[in-house]
Design a protein around this ligand. Structure first.
Ligand SMILES: Nc1ncnc2c1ncn2[C@@H]1O[C@H](COP(=O)(O)OP(=O)(O)OP(=O)(O)O)[C@@H](O)[C@H]1O
Length: 629
């Protein structure tokens, strides 16, 4: 059900506490009337020269007591009410974070980190401000203004009260006129803060690219531009606020003018006493604070409304990937058989399908390799298997069940994925490997690290598995990060393990060792390997080639080579590259050895020897056949 309010819901839920705070504030407000009243009587007694020292002392004592009472009740009410707003603050942040966790990756792909942070920090603070000073000032204004006006009418003069307060309704006219303007400007300020935060976040995340492309100056220029814009937006808001405050004060000042002139005339005509005149002006002073605060409240409320609307828009965003009504809670585990039937998939904001009419079957415990050019749809296919996006109904089946029938928790709990972006959290290596909700013993973590071929690297660090990683794991090399990600996936012993091009940053020897280690872990489990290097996929039971979203070849390594299509082409090109690289390495070694006739043999070799070397390397690879052999 769509949520309509955050603030009002909170007030309703805590109404008893708000009533209590209101009661404390009301006592403080009543006590505030004591001082002007005493001041009036005191002035009259003084004017009539009837005041004794003892009486003067008694007046002073009562005033001090009233002052202490006001301070006590007012601050207790403030503490009490402010505590409630802190509670709301914490609750919205919790709700926001919890809700974000339910939303799909698609939602986050379309948003900037800066905007999300601006919601979590600035918008939530504005809402707190509404329930903190906004509510406190409103309650105080309502109580104090009503009882003070009644006292002014009954204890001094109704006409003087009426004429003095006559300009005050102008304040509501002002508030109305400034309402839209302040709300609009407040939204612009929050957006500018979002831009600025995004700029800093992007700069930090891309610091290596920035430095290697000498982009520091350009980044400073862009930052200054965003910073300047944020300041300009803030200035605009401050200007409106100040103008509103100044006009409100002018209205209030006009009331004082009426009170002094009219009140003075009334004293001269003996319609009121001097003491009543003094008391009246003190009452008026009492009113001015809350009335001016009311102006600020209107402002705060407008900003609060803008922030509440933005937060509600997030909280009312429905998760596009969630457990369907047909999810079967009796499914507690998955075996690992995958079937894809005529799958055509289009990303929500894209017109062209990323996958077209794909059909394939991966029996439980077997391995599938997916190869294909950049952007051919490999990652999309595996993302659908963990429902990062929803595949169309009737296209993806696991263990013969429609994927939507498997509760998301079960599906994701039993599919381990090593994503292309090996994101690591800024915590220890141990916590990064044992990331699953299930706790793991040290031996299990070490075993996973050994299988992922990263154990030897980790134990070389002074703090070993307790080594803390910086944001995005920057203290590890690309290959080490990939292997920690692999350990994180295999520790789960998932029914389906997916490597999304996650062996690209390791050398072929390490890759072989990882794949060999997996044989034990993945016995009777299903493995999907996406790779650009033939060496990482050639041993799979089944290899498919994707081309512009279509499945264009399928078979084993040998059958695909025989077919002599895209796969065979990729294979031969890679062999050629590898042979050339190896040959170049040998020449470099010879050159380092200081052979005097260095130039001549190199030139002669360029003709025939490279081809010979390539042939022999190709022969070796084919003969060994990698793991498949
Ligand atoms: N979130 C997305 N929204 C819209 N289009 C997307 C999205 N992600 C990928 N695509 C598009 O879908 C197509 C397939 O992308 P995909 O990432 O699956 O390719 P890939 O074969 O895994 O590429 P690579 O080898 O570079 O990882 C591409 O055209 C890509 O631009």
């Amino acid at each position: 059900m769509e949520r309509k309010s955050i603030i009002w819901k909170h007030i309703k839920e805590h109404r008893m506490s708000y009533l209590f705070g209101f009661a404390l504030l009301s006592i403080a407000s009543v006590l505030q009337l004591v001082i002007p009243t005493l001041l009036g009587v005191f002035t009259d007694r003084l004017e009539m020269a009837e005041l004794t020292y003892k009486e003067a002392l008694t007046f002073a004592l009562w005033m001090v007591l009233a002052g202490i009472g006001i301070a006590l009740f007012r601050s207790s009410s403030r503490i009490f009410l402010f505590r409630l707003s802190r509670l709301l603050d914490m609750r919205i942040r919790d709700e926001l974070f919890k809700h974000w966790e339910t939303l799909s990756t698609h939602y986050f792909k379309n948003r900037r980190v800066g905007d999300l942070m601006s919601h979590a920090i600035s918008d939530v603070s504005v809402i707190r401000e509404v329930t903190q000073n906004g509510i406190f000032n409103t309650l105080e204004a309502v109580v104090l203004i009503s009882i003070t006006v009644v006292t002014m009418v009954t204890s001094v003069d109704p006409l003087l009260t009426l004429l003095t307060l006559l300009p005050l309704p102008l304040l509501s006219v002002l508030a109305y006129r400034f309402k839209r303007r302040i709300q609009k400007e407040s939204t612009s300020v929050q957006e500018a803060i979002g831009d600025l935060t995004s700029r800093v976040q992007e700069f930090v995340a891309g610091i290596r690219v920035v430095k290697s492309f000498l982009q520091e100056k350009e980044q400073i220029r862009l930052f200054r531009q965003d910073n300047g814009h944020a300041v300009a937006m803030n200035r605009k808001l401050v200007k409106s606020n100040s103008l509103f405050g100044a006009l409100s004060s002018a209205v209030v000042g006009f009331s004082f003018l009426v009170s002094v002139v009219l009140g003075g005339i009334m004293v001269l005509h003996n319609r009121i006493t001097l003491g009543e005149f003094v008391a009246f002006n003190s009452f008026l002073s009492l009113l001015m604070g809350p009335i001016e605060n009311l102006g600020k409240v209107v402002n705060t409320m407008q900003r609060g409304k803008a922030s509440e609307e933005r937060l509600l828009a997030i909280l009312n965003t429905r998760a596009d990937v969630a457990d369907d009504s047909n999810a079967d809670p009796s499914v507690q585990t998955i075996g690992g058989e995958i079937e894809i039937r005529n799958l055509t998939f289009c990303y929500p904001e894209s017109k062209e399908p990323a996958l077209r009419n794909i059909s394939l079957k991966v029996p439980k415990g077997t391995s599938l390799a997916i190869v294909g050019r950049v952007g051919s749809g490999k990652s999309t296919l595996v993302h659908l298997l963990v429902r990062l996006y929803n595949p169309p109904k009737g296209t993806v089946f696991i263990d013969g069940r429609e994927i939507s029938e498997i509760p998301l928790q079960v599906l994701r709990g039993h599919v381990g994925i090593v994503p292309q972006d090996q994101f690591l959290f800024s915590t220890t290596i141990r916590d990064n490997i044992s990331f699953d909700p299930k706790p793991y013993r040290d031996e299990e973590i070490e075993q996973a690290a050994k299988l992922a071929q990263v154990y030897d690297n980790i134990v070389e660090f002074p703090n070993q598995f307790q080594t803390a990683l910086g944001e995005r794991g920057i203290s590890l090399s690309g290959g080490q990060r990939q292997r920690v990600s692999i350990a994180r996936a295999i520790i789960k012993k998932p029914s389906i393990l997916i490597f999304d091009d996650s062996l690209s940053a390791v050398d072929t020897e390490t890759e072989d060792r990882i794949l060999e280690g997996l044989d034990t872990v993945m016995e009777n489990r299903t493995t999907i390997i996406i790779g650009h290097r033939i060496s990482s996929v050639q041993s799979a039971d089944q290899i498919v080639v994707l081309e512009e979203g279509e499945l264009v070849e399928r078979g084993t390594h040998e059958s695909l080579l025989e077919h002599n299509g895209i796969y065979a082409d990729m294979y031969h090109k890679q062999l050629l590259d590898e042979a050339t690289r190896q040959q170049e390495q040998e020449w470099e070694e010879e050159a380092v050895d200081g052979v005097s006739d260095y130039k001549e043999p190199v030139q002669s070799r360029q003709g025939g020897e490279v081809a010979a070397a390539q042939d022999s390397r190709a022969g070796t690879k084919l003969a060994s056949g990698g793991r498949a052999g």
